[in-house]
Every structure is written in structure tokens, then in C-alpha cells.
Design a protein around this ligand. Structure first.
Ligand SMILES: [Zn+2]
Ligand SMILES: [Zn+2]
Length: 282
């Protein structure tokens, strides 16, 4: 059965499986396997995950509700498409579609990023909105993969999940849509990992990791893609680096931390040194 015809229950299950298994795997792989590459090793050694300590009920509840929101938004997108409102092309995937796959995936992610940037930035700029909607997500100043779903449900819906419903209005092939959807969720999750391993697997699974591989020095096109350091700096400084998938809006609007690229290069330089997984020295 093609994904567009999946029932709501299937999407809820898939979202639950992804966002309960992947944070665990990403933390295990990134943070245990490459512990010496932690972006904030000293701070993390003394930091407490405020989202979890003494508030497991809230943590689990927010995780579950946001998974439900995500699964529902994807299902709504499918229903829009099946109702003839969506613009996804569902025909055969030929050479022409293969040629256009990358630009189409980028188009979807650019649309997602525009909504994320402006909702996120607005939530930071207005004290009442910040207190009501976004402060909870910043409980973890040095996040790990579990922090990606630790958000107020309305904040998560408006910034992250809603585009996964209306995105079917974009004129892209269905294949590009699903690749973009998986990438978006993976970038959100891995972007909170706290380890800059975009030049290694599994970072290469996401477009920002591929960009980093093509342009390791972040001198050209890869500067326009987000990196783990980008969002890590946001969690520490609050008023910079609002984008999630790209740095484009931050660059245009002057909200990019001036040392973003330098911090990335420093972190990526460390990860360029081969290390045996499990080594924690350094
Ligand atoms: Zn975050
Ligand atoms: Zn924020």
C-alpha cells in the first residue's frame, strides 16, 4: 500500500517508532561512539537535563503528544493529496524525475525552513510568546537527541509539524516529498545531538551532512545548510541561529551568530581525525 493511503494509526505508529528509537540510536552513536567530539564537553559534564530531572511525566507527555501531532499532520497531508487538493506528482519515477529529485527535496525543505524560522524567531522576540510557547524547549541548554520533541505542543505544531500537512501543495514528485519528510525529521533530531559528525555516517543521511561532505571547509554551498553546531549555539545564546534546516534566513536577516562557521570548522576539524568508536579521551 503506498504511503499516501496509510491510515492515521499507521502514521502515529511510524512517528512513535521513529521518535522513540532514533533519539536512542543517535545518542548512542553520536554521544557514546564519538564522546570526544561533544560540542560542549565541560558544560555537559556538569549539566543536568532539566527537561527530565524530576519531571519525567511532563517529558513523556510532551514526547507522546508531539508524536501524535506529527503523525496526524502527515496523515492530513496525505488526505489533502488524496482529495485532489495536493499538487504532488504521483506518476512513474523516470530519469527526468531522478534528475530533479535533489532540487525538489531542497524546495520542500526550504519551504519548511521558512515557516520554522519565522515562527521560531517570533516566539523568541515576544516575551509572552516565549514564556508560553518556547521556554520549555530551552530547558536543555545543551540538548541531546531527546530534546528535539521536548516542546510545547503548539510550538511544535506551528514551527515544525504543520508544514508536513500543507507541504503537499508544493509541485514536487511524491518520491521527493517522502525523502524531504524523512530528512526534515532526521535533521530536527540529529540537530540536537550535540556532536558535529555531519562528515560521517549517520550525519551523511541528511542533506546537511551531504553538503558538509562536498564542502568540508564550509566555504561555499555548505554554508547555507544548517549544522549541529548552528542549533547547539542557538540553545546556548537564544537570540541567534533561528533556522533549523538552512542558515539562509539567518544570513539574510542578520541573526546568524558571527562565529557560527568558525565554531563549525573547529568542531568538524576535530571529527576529521579518525577515532575508534567508544574512545572517550580528549
Ligand atoms: Zn532546539
Ligand atoms: Zn529557540
Amino acid at each position: 500500500m503506498p504511503p499516501l493511503h496509510f491510515d492515521l494509526a499507521v502514521w502515529l505508529t511510524l512517528a512513535a517508532v521513529f521518535f522513540t528509537s532514533m533519539p536512542w540510536l543517535v545518542n548512542l552513536w553520536f554521544r557514546r561512539g564519538y564522546a570526544r567530539y561533544l560540542l560542549q564537553p565541560l558544560a555537559r559534564a556538569h549539566s543536568v537535563y532539566r527537561s527530565r530531572h524530576g519531571r519525567w511525566a511532563v517529558f513523556v507527555a510532551l514526547h507522546a503528544v508531539n508524536i501524535a501531532i506529527l503523525g496526524t499532520c502527515i496523515w492530513v497531508g496525505c488526505q489533502l493529496q488524496l482529495a485532489g487538493i495536493g499538487n504532488l506528482r504521483t506518476g512513474a519515477f523516470g530519469p527526468w524525475e531522478a534528475l530533479l529529485l535533489v532540487p525538489q527535496v531542497l524546495l520542500v525543505l526550504l519551504a519548511f525552513d521558512a515557516q520554522f524560522y519565522w515562527v521560531h524567531r517570533t516566539a523568541h522576540r515576544h516575551p509572552v510568546l516565549f514564556r508560553l510557547l518556547h521556554r520549555e524547549h530551552h530547558a536543555d541548554r545543551y540538548p541531546d537527541a531527546w530534546s528535539s520533541m521536548y516542546q510545547h505542543p503548539l510550538d511544535f505544531f506551528l514551527a515544525t509539524a504543520m508544514p508536513m500537512a500543507w507541504g503537499v501543495l508544493l509541485p514536487v514528485h511524491e518520491a521527493a516529498w517522502w525523502v524531504a519528510l524523512i530528512s526534515a525529521n532526521y535533521i530536527n533530531l540529529a540537530g540536537h545531538a550535540g556532536v558535529e559528525v555531519t562528515r560521517r555516517t549517520p550525519g551523511l543521511l541528511a542533506p546537511n551532512g551531504i553538503a558538509a561532505m562536498l564542502d568540508p571547509q564550509r566555504a561555499g554551498v555548505s554554508r547555507w545548510f544548517n549544522a549541529v553546531t548552528h542549533h547547539d549555539l542557538h540553545h546556548q545564546r537564544y537570540t541567534v541561529n533561528y533556522g533549523l534546516y538552512f542558515t539562509i534566513w539567518d544570513r539574510i536577516m542578520g541573526t546568524l551568530a558571527p562565529d557560527s562557521d568558525a565554531v563549525y570548522r573547529e568542531a568538524a576539524g576535530r571529527t576529521a581525525t579518525p577515532v575508534t568508536p567508544g574512545t572517550t579521551s580528549g
